[in-house]
Ligand binder design. Structure first.
Ligand code: AMP
Length: 226
């Protein structure tokens, strides 16, 4: 059963590709009954569905650049309008630019909401290439795995749903990760100061064990949503 909250939480996970935002967002989702909102997942779904936004985003994503604020904001607004987000959201991979951060502030203000915390996951860039290069997810339930760091208990079978099909992202390769890290430092890292100035910044050491990071993050979420 999930823990109770007195108001809709809006949590932001900040960190470069490979920091563990998606893994941790899924764990927080289960523990607190929040909804993970990953603009990367939404964009990949748009690419797979062949929508106009997806077609415009595809080549940018493959090169490791950032999709335009206009496209990302339209996708985010649509998702935030769905009723399940009323419980609270964990934003994973959004905002990624100062323009997106300002648009989010305006969107939340319209709904009488505010950011509960923006949590920066502190990691070493040098470790991110290996982390990203080996990762894959279960096609059935989306559970994440890694060739070196998190293999299923039984080889080739998902621990969660028993599925046997796994997929890897087209942009999870050593060449593209470099461009994604560059985009992170140029456009997204400045948001750390943006949220510090608004007194909502928290940070966790993202280099430890998955469960230790989850415990630390859970403590922050419990505190800011109490
Ligand atoms: P992610 O799954 O968060 O690693 O995102 C994968 C790719 O989708 C990124 O490298 C970008 O090309 C694009 N993307 C995801 N979220 C955003 C965003 N908030 N702003 C711009 N581009 C994004």
């Amino acid at each position: 059963m999930s823990e109770t909250m007195t108001h809709a939480a809006v949590l932001i996970l900040l960190g470069p590709p490979g920091a563990g935002k998606g893994t941790q967002a899924r764990m927080l989702e289960e523990r607190f009954g929040l909804v993970q909102l990953s603009t990367g997942d939404l964009l990949r779904a748009a690419v797979a569905a062949g929508t106009a936004a997806g077609m415009a985003a595809k080549s940018v994503m493959e090169s490791g650049g950032l999709v335009s604020d206009e496209i990302v904001l339209a996708i985010l607004r649509d998702r935030m309008a769905e009723p399940d987000t009323a419980k609270g959201v964990i934003l994973d991979g959004f905002p990624r630019t100062p323009g997106q951060a300002e648009a989010l502030d305006a969107l939340l203000a319209d709904q009488g909401l505010k950011i509960s915390a923006a949590i920066s996951m502190e990691v070493d860039d040098a470790a991110m290439v290996e982390r990203v290069s080996g990762r894959h997810t279960c096609e059935g339930c989306g559970e994440g795995y890694h060739d070196s760091f998190k293999q299923p208990a039984q080889a080739g079978r998902c621990d969660k749903c028993g599925g046997t099909a796994f997929k890897r992202r087209a942009d999870d390769n050593a060449e593209t990760v470099g461009a994604r890290l560059t985009a992170y430092h140029a456009s997204t890292a400045p948001l750390i100061a943006y949220y510090a100035a608004r007194d909502v910044l928290r940070s966790v050491d993202g280099m430890g064990a998955i469960d230790a990071i989850a415990a630390e993050l859970g403590g922050i979420v419990a505190e800011v949503t109490a």
